[in-house]
Ligand binder design. Sequence first.
Ligand code: MSP
Length: 531
Amino acid sequence: MADEKAFYLTTPIYYVNDAPHIGHAYTTTAADVATRWRRQRGEDVWFLTGVDEHGTKVQRAADDGGVTPQQWVDRLVADSWLPVLETVDAANDDFIRTTEPRHKERVQRFWEVVRDNGFVYSSMYEGPYCVGCEEFKLPGDLIDGEGEYADQRLCPVHGRPVEQLEEENWFFRLSAFQERLLEHYETHPEAVQPRSAYNEVVSFIRQGLVDISMSRSSVSWGIPLTWDDRQVIYVWFDALLNYATAVGYGAEPGSRDAERFDRVWPPDVNLVGKDILRFHAVYWPAMLMAAGLEPPRKVFAHGWLLVGGEKMSKSKLTGIAPAQIIDTFGSDAFRYYFLRAIQFGQDGSFSWEDMHARYTSELANGLGNLASRGTAMVARYRDGELPPAHDLTAAEQDIVDALAAAAETADRAFCDLDFSTGIVAVKEFVDRVNGYVTEQEPWVLAKDEANAARLDVVLNTICESLRAMAVLYNPLMPKAMSSLWEQLGAQGVLGPLAEQRISDVARWAQLPPGTRVTKGDALFPRIDEAS
Ligand code: MSP
């Protein structure tokens, strides 16, 4: 039976205690490329991102800034979090803020359902809490402090002491879901990726799940419980629900929102950093089971961007703003670099030298040079008219075959979120075509009219290859590829780039002879090392 459900992918919702750095932009970019790839396949797609506005961390940032939490988040969302989507060129379908009424009301309703189902009870909580993680820690999670923190227990992620909390709370009966979660993961081994993350989650569940506090009485910046307004919902148990509230969970039956929920639920991928895996692969599916909803089909945990071997973070003053890179290299190169240079799922470091080197060799000299040589030669030797290709030789057949193989590998890899493999497949095709140009020497063929038919074939082969590259790289580098599409004159004869399908990309000879080809601006202008 055909799957009528939309492909639904989410990013985590980011804390607005501060402005975004490239770690946040990395997740958003990966999500954007994955969803643009699915759109290019012709799938119905829903891509959600947003911000996490409640909790102690945000409240304290606002206190320090001398404004109310609402003023703090309003300003940061408008000045930083919405603009960064444009900076990285994200095409999200929606943006959820947890202070929105649609979210608050539906979160309250959700917890009423879970309580009515018997999974919420009142009890005393006493234990360590890390404000940086907004997480109740288990004693085994903590590490011993040294130096200024000697004799204290520290959060391993933030390297700072935890706080001791004692309060009357409402608890979520997480322990009731231990067996169901194990069974779920045994029957769905693909539901947590990569494999190392799956193993970590299963072994955590096997060690035994204890009930967890789902409300806080000492915090005021949050969503009040409907049955006890002295307590707000614990920020994670408010935030995780954004994936459901934003797409219409709890909406009026028959409304557009309710229809959307039916169309997209459950999420195909909840994309997260590995720091928040446990919330997404243990608490989140358990919450959904408690409310009678289907859990996500896949939680994918990617690695960290590191600085000096540690997770890049604003609290450690190691955050680099996306614009610092994008102002120099552009959004396409940013997207290309991070997904190409770091195996998705592993940690990686950013360096200006590596970024500059790859930009120059792979984008400016590789793809950029091929595009400018190809279009310039059609302009020069054929007055900008794409020539026909009558007799293909083994050299052209080799390109045709290489394209089919590249398209197949790239499709599998991008669908599996294995971005670097997908990018390398297309890049190798680019290298192959560059090699073909060097071997065929069209500039030599152009010197003798007797080679006219042969020159036609070579120029046609280059442009047809560029057509396929524009389609395959469009999800990754939409700005440069739309410019290439224009230079090839493809819009007029094949329609919009967004409407070209991956399944059709390897079909040869799509650009009709006579198509107007123009040499436009360089796709990836050279950048001085010093800049
Ligand atoms: N608000 C929670 C998530 C709630 S989701 C229901 C949160 N926010 S966060 O702003 O601290 O970080 C969210 C995500 O940002 C991480 O999971 C990760 O995807 C991304 N990153 C933040 N720093 C990062 C790096 N240094 N490297 C890679 N990704 C990083 O946790």
